[in-house]
Design a protein around this ligand. Sequence first.
Ligand code: GLN
Length: 513
Amino acid sequence: MTDLIHLSAADLASKLQSREVSSVEATKAHLDRIAGVDGDVHAFLHVNAGALATAKSIDERRAAGETLGELAGVPIAVKDVLCTIGMPSTSGSKILEGWIPPYDATAVAKVRAAGLVPLGKTNMDEFAMGSSTEFSAYGPTHNPWNLDRIPGGSGGGSAAAVAAFEAPLALGSDTGGSIRQPGAVTGTVGVKPTYGSVSRYGAIALASSLDQIGPVSRTVLDSALLHDVIKGHDPRDSTSLRDEWPSFADAARAGLAPGSLQGVKVGIVRELNGDGFQAGVKARFADAVALLTAAGAEIVEVSAPSFEYAISAYYLILPAEASSNLAKFDSVRFGLRVTPEGGGTVEQVMAATREQGFGPEVKRRIILGTYALSAGYYDAYYGSAQKVRTLVQRDFSRLFDEVDVLISPSAPTTAFPIGEKIDDPLAMYLNDLTTIPANLAGIPGLSLPMGLADEDGLPTGIQLMAPAREDARLYTYGAALEQLFESTWGHTLISKAPSLSVSEQSAATEGVV
Ligand code: GLN
């Protein structure tokens, strides 16, 4: 049988449509892979015991002649930030351990309705706060390229699952880079859609004005296909856009046509490629720029002065919103309840629960956010940060008057060793230098692999950004660039990922399902 775990979602989908392969076979192949390698990778917090039954029902519906969605029968991993009926949803926190939501997030409901098969829930930094997945209350995820390295964060589980061929697709969430930065350091593709284009209903909120759900995959087309499934207006999300979106898959396919980069105006953002970036990242970025130039794109260097303050503004706005969103974990309505010895008042139970249930990064941000919102400091901190946010938005709109798309490295470094930055919050926050501006402005960003850094042989990523609502542009130019890279290298980047074959041989297939 074909090697099912190494197929792209698009290729697997066409084998499912032609009934060359069944969804049960595809799902079983991925569950076997999870059983084989996830002891080492730890991408999953929970494997879906009902996956094969779901796959079987899709096969039966197809056999009965029902018209199914393009990705029907394809397995998918789901970040644990999303609520799922029948599966625990912890957002990587002890405070929600064992909590099974009574409803599906809209993105999950759409994925199920399109016939995709949820394989399980993926690991993440607690409440999506972090850039390495080390802040998960359930232990870190390991980068499949080098198990001693971080897989990025907060969505390291989704990225590692896709990079380790445990799933062809995953759902992630991106508040400041949690889809794109893990994509960069695991050699996968990740997209933060335009704010409001994918419903946030049922996504456990971090910072509501920044959070966005998006796709994770190994190819640009696969992300486009998944984005097509999850996009669209949702009356349950008051910030959901009412736009009619074009087909993102068609946009990606258009990028594969010859000459699709001819005359495209590409801006390199000076502030997002400066000092402090790893030499190997800068070298691969220079290669990418050379490829774009050779393909007929017009490259200009542009400047966005406000970006210098973007991280500082983000780390006031995010904690402010998070401190408010996390107030609902009060020991009464959700998950954990810790009663102090000898009993206590409601306030004492609440304090004991939050003391035990939240990890150090979450506490740090709640304290910071509460302080930034306090009456005496509100204008000085939160107010100033919101002004910076406006400046970032203005910089972007000025630049998009000049260029079609902006580019930068997706992350300043390759995957760093597990443990290296865990005690240094500021060093951890700098990983999102390149991704945060897009969240502050609500615009879409796509990260795709741009090669391996010379010094450590680890993946690097390039980020493409477009104006709000122009997600299709990212898929067209992203697919074109991906094709350029692959024809230059003669292979896909992910095909160079270590196979993790030692553990694979000792796989205990039964027991998972
Ligand atoms: N690493 C960033 C943070 O810690 C981004 C988080 C995210 O996008 N969820 O806030």
